[in-house]
Design a protein around this ligand. Structure first.
Ligand SMILES: [Zn+2]
Length: 328
């Protein structure tokens, strides 16, 4: 009996070790497999022929003034339709998100202001950090984990933090000049912006709130499209906590400016939502976890693995999620 039991025990242990390893590595294996099979997306989209808001800086960047001292800088020909935001005070300017790096955003920003510019990314994914380190100063949210990884003032982004392998981009490093603490206020001269930690899409995502102008800039926390609540670092429970925090803190008539524009045939303009949509997101997240809403079978998302599932929140706003590791 002992001779039979020993191999069985080793086999069982091996299966257990493999199962644990598969569970731990699954969040990282998923993007490697899905996106590698799809291949990188490097082709620029044609210039939109329909209605656009703002004026073209060249044949790529679209500049839209959203109030007297704020510009949205769009990249509608990039396949993810990113928008960065330039907030002007009287003594300094902040660029919220650093462009995708597909084209150089620096001259666009310099054409709009002569003030010293501090750039801060909403989060560290590859489509938001294109020109980090190329303005007067670079700021990051003051996160202990990010600080601990900084050597001689320089931060090297990790593979699954940056995710640039999806488009064949190497993870960059850059100097961090300022660490902005959550819940503090940054004075731009005659204009104050509040730093709000908004984990959910990534653990170190940040938003900027201009209470006087009733504007919040949220990066990829929310936008009119499929919210990515499935990549490494995304968390549905963090999404719910952050949504509720924003609903508590923001003025009811705040305009919520996002980093990805709605897909065609929606008009090309700076993507903007309201607190009504955040309220709907709150309800949808609760219903999703309780199993009270089901995935929309008509929304085909990731092309090859047909996963994650997509849950409709409200109009264009949808949640893409469904892996066990998203429910954290
Ligand atoms: Zn993004």
């Amino acid at each position: 009996m002992a001779r039979i039991r020993a191999p069985l025990g080793i086999a069982a242990l091996l299966i257990l070790v493999l199962a644990v390893a598969a569970a731990l590595l699954a969040p990282y294996v998923y993007p490697e497999v899905e996106y590698r099979l799809q291949g990188p997306t490097t082709q620029l989209l044609p210039k939109p022929t329909g209605e656009v808001s703002g004026r073209w800086y060249d044949d790529y960047f679209l500049v839209e003034q959203i109030d007297a001292s704020t510009f949205a800088i769009g990249e509608p020909r990039y396949y993810q339709g990113n928008y960065s935001y330039l907030l002007l005070g009287t003594s300094r300017a902040v660029l919220f998100d650093a462009g995708t790096g597909t084209r150089d955003i620096v001259p666009v920003v310099r054409s709009l202001t002569t003030l010293p510019v501090t750039v801060i990314p909403s989060h560290l994914h590859y489509d938001h950090v294109g020109a980090l380190g190329r303005f007067d100063r670079t700021a990051l949210i003051d996160d202990p984990g990010l600080r601990a990884r900084t050597h001689d003032g320089v931060l090297q982004l990790g593979r699954y933090e940056f995710l640039g392998f999806l488009d064949d981009l190497p993870a960059p490093s850059f100097r961090v000049d300022e660490w902005w603490k959550p819940d503090t206020t940054i004075d731009l001269g005659g204009r104050q912006v509040q730093v709000i930690a908004t984990p959910g899409h990534t653990p170190t995502s940040v938003s900027l709130y201009d209470a006087r102008n009733k504007e919040v800039f949220v990066g990829d926390f929310v936008y009119p499209g499929n919210l990515y609540v499935f990549l490494p670092g995304a968390s549905r429970s963090a999404y719910l906590t952050t949504t509720r925090k924003l609903l508590r803190q923001l003025n009811l008539s705040t305009r919520v400016f996002c980093a990805h524009m709605a897909e065609p045939p929606a008009p090309v303009r700076a993507p903007m939502l309201t607190l009504d949509e955040l309220q709907s997101l709150d309800q949808a997240l609760v219903a999703l976890d309780a199993g009270r809403i089901v995935a929309d079978p008509n929304v085909e998302f990731q092309r090859l693995l047909k996963f994650p599932r997509v849950f409709v929140v409200n109009g264009d706003l949808r949640i893409a999620t469904g892996f066990p590791w998203n429910d954290q």
